[in-house]
Design a protein around this ligand. Structure first.
Ligand code: DGT
Ligand code: MG
Ligand code: MG
Length: 298
């Protein structure tokens, strides 16, 4: 009887030790189950080393979104400022973004050449930018559209483009700014013809068919007394976000000396923030003024 109980205890210990050894082995090989092979189906999407990585987001079906939410035409400053707030949040929350450029319902983010964020995986760059931007858009909506409820959740598509040189990156950003200029000039005349001259959208479209930039400028000036160059730079140029040192004034409770305790004092400290500029980025002047953006080790 005693002997058999002893044998049982021994067997129990043996079984426990086998289980323990198995567990330790599993632990050492971390999740090396027979299912592990499915990892091999994941595509390698590492962005080429030392290249600029650009993520561009664009609002999904914003033609409809703008209509439903009564956006001003052709430009709604609330919407554009909200987009910029979201882009600033992306730059602050994520890593390694050196410059961003936005217009209409799109924003482009440029990651530094030497970034090793998430081992340069394109899907990580793209999904983090898109989700952070979209959640910010909803989170900050009320700050910009006080009287306009958000009627349905907006979405943004994203793509990743890799540029091998400073010139190709600058040309990419120039392309987006030229697009902003072409669309905004067209839309400014189009909506002036509709809103001020009472043309139907079809008539306005017909009127503008085949016109060049100079013709559109002329229509704006002679018929609506609008000098296109005096239109707000944010509409004409889009928004450029770069990191700049900003002096921030905050009030702080003073600790010492004793007689000043409890008193508030203004304290200025400098912080680096993504600051909006509404300037030309096609010419060389901008890049000469901010050489740090394209710096090899930026
Ligand atoms: P998508 O991008 O293919 O899903 O379709 P959409 O409709 O977003 O087309 P897209 O991105 O080519 O054009 C942007 C639309 O967003 C365009 O129809 C006008 C609208 N939109 C953007 N910003 C403003 C604005 O400030 N005011 C108004 N009224 N509309 C705007
Ligand atoms: Mg869109
Ligand atoms: Mg768009």
């Amino acid at each position: 009887m005693w002997a058999s109980r002893k044998a049982k205890v021994r067997d129990c210990w043996a079984a426990a030790s086998v289980t323990l050894r198995r567990c330790l082995k599993l632990g050492a090989n971390m999740a090396k189950s027979k299912f592990e092979y499915v990892r091999n189906f994941e595509a390698d999407d590492t962005c080429l080393a030392h290249c600029w990585v650009v993520v561009r987001l664009d609002g999904r079906n914003f033609h409809r979104f703008a209509e439903k939410h009564n956006f001003a035409k052709p430009n709604d400053s609330r919407a554009l400022h909200l987009m910029t707030k979201c882009a600033q949040t992306v730059m602050k929350e994520l890593e390694d973004i050196v410059i961003a450029y936005g217009q209409s319902d799109e924003y482009s983010f440029v990651f530094k050449r030497k970034s090793n964020w998430f081992k340069r995986r394109a899907s990580k760059f793209m999904t983090h930018v898109a989700s952070q931007f979209a959640s910010s858009f909803v989170f900050y909506w009320r700050d910009y559209f006080e009287d306009q409820p958000l009627l349905y959740p907006p979405g943004f598509d994203g793509r990743v483009i890799v540029y091998p040189s400073n010139q190709t990156l600058k040309d990419y950003l120039s392309w987006r700014q030229a697009d902003c200029h072409i669309n905004n000039l067209y839309n400014t005349v189009f909506w002036a013809l509709v809103q001020q001259s009472g043309l139907t959208p079809a008539q306005a479209q017909e009127r503008l068919q085949g016109t060049l930039a100079a013709d559109k400028n002329e229509i704006l000036f002679s018929e609506f007394n609008i000098n296109y160059n005096n239109e707000p730079p944010m509409y004409r140029k889009g928004t450029v976000l770069i990191w700049q040192k900003v002096g921030e004034v905050t009030t702080k409770e003073v600790k010492l000396p004793e007689e000043m305790q409890g008193k508030k004092m203004a304290v200025t400290r400098t912080r680096t923030k993504p600051v909006p500029l509404y300037c030309d980025i096609i010419g060389d002047a901008f890049w000469k003024e901010h050489p740090e953006i394209l710096d090899e080790d930026s």
